[in-house]
Design a protein around this ligand. Structure first.
Ligand code: GLN
Length: 473
C-alpha cells in the first residue's frame, strides 16, 4: 500500500529509485484516489487513457539510468495547457471536442523528464473567475468542505493535489488563479516572474499578465516543478532567463503594508492568522518593516480594466471558424453570434463586452490608457518598497473558501476576492502562496494561506521565506 499523504517529490524519487514501488503502481494508487473522490469533488474533467504507456516510458528511465527527479511523478494539468493529441477545452463548451496539435513548452520539458500526466483539471472557463463555478462542467468542490468552492480559476489543479489525486499540478495565474485556490485548499502555489516560464501552449487570457504556475503540497515540490519548466523559449518572445547578475542573498527584511490591511473587508480569521504568521517570522529572526504601497488600492480597478481589454482581444479567435464548435446562421455575422453566444459562458461574455468598451475609441483614453498609467505607478511603488525590504507579505485571500453560490450572482463581490493577488500580475513580480494554518467555519476546518512577493527573478527568496513559514528551515 502506498501512502500518498506522506509522499513528496524527493521521497517518491527515492522510493522509485530503490524499487519500493513502480511508476505504474504509483500512478494506479493516484487513479484509485481519483476514482473514489472525483465524483464528489470534480477536480478532473478527464483522466487520460495512456497512463500505462506513460508509466512504461518513465520506468524505462529508471532501468537505463536516465531517470531524473521528476521521472514518474504523477501530475494534473489545467485544461488550458496543451498536450499534443489530447483534448483541451479551457472548461468551455466552445472547445468541447478540441484536440491540441502541439505540446506547450512547459509540457514538452516535463515530458522529457518522464512526468506522468494523469488528466485534465477543471477550471473557470478560460481561466476567468475565482471559484471554478464558471466551468461549463460544474464547480470543483473544496476537499475540506464540499459545500465550499475550491477557489479558482485553477481550482481543479489545486483540488487534485489536495485530494491526493496527483502529487503536483500545473495551473495558470493571470490575477491569482494559482495562489488563491492554493490558500483555499491548503496547497503551495507559485506564480513565477512574468516571462520566466514560456506561455507557448497556454491558452491566452490576459497576455501581459498570464503565467503558468506550479502547485504542490509543500514549497520544495512547487520549486522543483518550476525549475524544470522555466527558461527562455523561441516560441514566446516575452520569455526570458534570469539576468546573470541577479542577487541571491538570503532574505532578512519582510515588508508588510499594514495600513493597506486595515482598510476593511478582510475576514477576522484571516487577519489573526496573518498576525500569527508575522510573529512566527519575527521569532525566526526576520525583521518586519511597515511599508507603504500608496497606489495599491487602485490595483483591482486597474486589473479589471486591463485584463478584460486583453481578454476581448484574445477571445476573438474563438469565432466558430478557426477553432472548436460551430453554429450555422444565415450569414457569417450570425454564425459568429450564434457560436459565441451559445459556446461561451456568461462571465466570458461579460468580460469581452467590458474589454471592448474600455478599448473603444470614445473610452480608450479614459479607461485603458489611464489604467496603464496607474499600472506603472503601482510598479513604481513596488520598486521603491524593494529598496527597503527583501520580500512583501500579505494574506493571499481576504477570506477562507466561501460557499458555492455565495458570490456567483454578484461578480463585483467575486472580483473583490482578488485584492491581494492581482498586483503581482500587474507588476510582473513572482509570488507564492503558502499554507499558514486553519480556521473553523460551520464546524469544518478550512485552510488559510499567506502570500509572499519578491522582486523580479527572486523566486529563491520566496522559497526561502516559504520554508520558514512551513517551519522546515
Ligand atoms: N480571479 C481572477 C479573475 O477572475 C484571476 C483569474 C486568473 O488568474 N486566471 O480574473
Amino acid at each position: 500500500m502506498i501512502n500518498t499523504k506522506e509522499l513528496t517529490i524527493k521521497k517518491t524519487h527515492e522510493a522509485l529509485k530503490k524499487g519500493d514501488f513502480t511508476v505504474l503502481e504509483l500512478a494506479e494508487t493516484y487513479l484509485k484516489n481519483i476514482e473514489e473522490k472525483n465524483k464528489d469533488i470534480n477536480a478532473y474533467l478527464e483522466v487520460f487513457d495512456d497512463i500505462k504507456e506513460q508509466a512504461e516510458i518513465a520506468q524505462k528511465k529508471f532501468s537505463d539510468g536516465t531517470a531524473t527527479i521528476l521521472t514518474g511523478i504523477p501530475m494534473a494539468v489545467k485544461d488550458n495547457i496543451l498536450i499534443d493529441g489530447r483534448k483541451v477545452g479551457a472548461a468551455s463548451k466552445i472547445l468541447k471536442n478540441y484536440v491540441a496539435s502541439y505540446d506547450a513548452t512547459a509540457i514538452s520539458k516535463l515530458k522529457k523528464e518522464g512526468v506522468v500526466f494523469l488528466g485534465r483539471a477543471n477550471m473557470d472557463e478560460f481561466a476567468m473567475g475565482g471559484s471554478t463555478e464558471n466551468s461549463a462542467y460544474g464547480p470543483t468542490k473544496n476537499p475540506y468542505d464540499l459545500e465550499r468552492v475550491s477557489g479558482g480559476s485553477s481550482g481543479g489543479s489545486v483540488a487534485a493535489v489536495a485530494m491526493e489525486g496527483a502529487l503536483v499540478a500545473l495551473g495558470s495565474d493571470t490575477g491569482g488563479s494559482v495562489r488563491q485556490p492554493s490558500s483555499f485548499c491548503g496547497t503551495v502555489g507559485l506564480k513565477p516572474t512574468y516571462g520566466r516560464v514560456s506561455r507557448h501552449g497556454l491558452m491566452a487570457m490576459g497576455s501581459s499578465l498570464d503565467q503558468i504556475g506550479t502547485i504542490g503540497k509543500n514549497v520544495d515540490d512547487a520549486e522543483i516543478v518550476f525549475k524544470n519548466i522555466l527558461g527562455k523559449d523561441i516560441f514566446d518572445s516575452t520569455s526570458q532567463d534570469a539576468p546573470e547578475n541577479i542577487s541571491t542573498t538570503k532574505p532578512k527584511k519582510i515588508g508588510v503594508p499594514f495600513s493597506f490591511l486595515k482598510q476593511g473587508g478582510i475576514d477576522e480569521s484571516v487577519l489573526s492568522n496573518f498576525n500569527e504568521t508575522v510573529e512566527k517570522l519575527k521569532k525566526e529572526g526576520y525583521e518586519i518593516v511597515d511599508i507603504d504601497l500608496p497606489n495599491n488600492h487602485y490595483s483591482l480597478a486597474v486589473y479589471y480594466i486591463l485584463m478584460p481589454a486583453e481578454v476581448s482581444s484574445n477571445m476573438s479567435r474563438f469565432d466558430g471558424v478557426k477553432y472548436g464548435e460551430h453554429k450555422d446562421g444565415k450569414n457569417l455575422l450570425e454564425d459568429y453570434m450564434l457560436t459565441r453566444g451559445e459556446g461561451l459562458g456568461k462571465e466570458v461574455r461579460r468580460r469581452i463586452i467590458l474589454g471592448t468598451y474600455v478599448l473603444s475609441a470614445g473610452y480608450y483614453d479614459a479607461y485603458y490608457h489611464k489604467a496603464n498609467k496607474v499600472r506603472a505607478l503601482i510598479a513604481d511603488d513596488f520598486r521603491k518598497a524593494f529598496e527597503k525590504v527583501d520580500v512583501i507579505l500579505t494574506p493571499t485571500s481576504p477570506t477562507p473558501a466561501f460557499k458555492i453560490g455565495e458570490k456567483s450572482a454578484d461578480p463585483i463581490s467575486m472580483y473583490l476576492a482578488d485584492i491581494f493577488t492581482v498586483t503581482a500580475n500587474l507588476v510582473g513580480t513572482p509570488a507564492l502562496s503558502v499554507p499558514s494554518g486553519f480556521t473553523e467555519k460551520d464546524g469544518k476546518k478550512l485552510p488559510l494561506g499567506v502570500q509572499i512577493t519578491a522582486p523580479h527573478f527572486r523566486e529563491d527568496a520566496l522559497f526561502d521565506v516559504g520554508r520558514s513559514i512551513e517551519g522546515r528551515v
